[in-house]
Write a protein that binds this ligand. Structure first.
Ligand SMILES: CC(C)(COP(=O)(O)OP(=O)(O)OC[C@H]1O[C@@H](n2cnc3c(N)ncnc32)[C@H](O)[C@@H]1OP(=O)(O)O)[C@@H](O)C(=O)NCCC(=O)NCCS
Length: 182
């Protein structure tokens, strides 16, 4: 079996974020099959086939059309694939909003890794994209996700946002408010 090896997009102290490839299918599908990980996703867990479709979409549409997307998240210490984090485009009221997204396997939760990845993703997005703000769409019950958003400097933008999946809290960080320094 070949080792998946997409190009590196970002590096943090403990993580590498690299392009996903079709060889990441099984690792991604294992994450998406975990009901605890997918607890706050409106469509719940994903089958292998659904994950394959999402992976193809990430590669063929997000990377090819937008130049960004969700990236494989690798723990440098072990080289293990521990999640997928990155940027997602959404069309909201006629405007493209870019979301900072993070999802990690359970065994690495609680070590500050999502916060570390999300900070680097925010810096990368403001450095490479002409956007004035970045958003996070949160299930109101997802405390961990909200904590990450707050720790990276996001504040509530719309508390009453409702899409086809139901209500969500939308947080945002403005380019002008981004943290400066390391
Ligand atoms: C959200 C997620 C990525 C957080 O990953 P993580 O690496 O454990 O997050 P961090 O360690 O950076 O924690 C960030 C903060 O959230 C807190 N936190 C973590 N898990 C928590 C939980 N279950 N409940 C409440 N707070 C929690 C941490 O204590 C930390 O705050 P602190 O530094 O003040 O203690 C992880 O829980 C996950 O993958 N969940 C499933 C996927 C998901 O829901 N993604 C978000 C979709 S919007």
């Amino acid at each position: 079996m070949g080792t998946a090896s997409g190009a590196v997009v970002l590096e943090t102290e403990r993580l590498l974020l690299r392009l996903l490839t079709t060889e990441d299918l099984d690792a991604l599908a294992a994450l998406y099959a975990d009901p605890e990980i997918r607890r706050y996703f409106p469509d719940g867990t994903r089958t292998l086939e659904q994950t394959r479709q999402e992976l193809n979409w990430i590669i063929d549409v997000y990377y090819a059309r937008y130049g960004y997307g969700l990236w494989a998240t690798i723990l440098k210490e072990t080289g293990a694939f521990v999640g997928r984090c990155g940027l997602l485009p959404w069309e909201i009221e006629g405007r493209t909003e870019v979301e900072v997204a993070y999802l990690l396997e359970r065994s690495v939760w609680g070590r500050g890794l999502a916060t570390e990845a999300a900070r680097a993703i925010v810096d990368h997005a403001f450095a490479t994209l002409p956007v004035e703000r970045l958003i996070c769409m949160l299930d109101p019950g997802n405390r961990a996700s909200r904590n990450v958003a707050e720790k990276i400097g996001m504040t509530p933008l719309w508390e009453d946002y409702v899409d086809e999946y139901g209500p969500a809290h939308v947080y945002a960080i403005q380019r002008s408010n981004r943290r400066s320094g390391p």
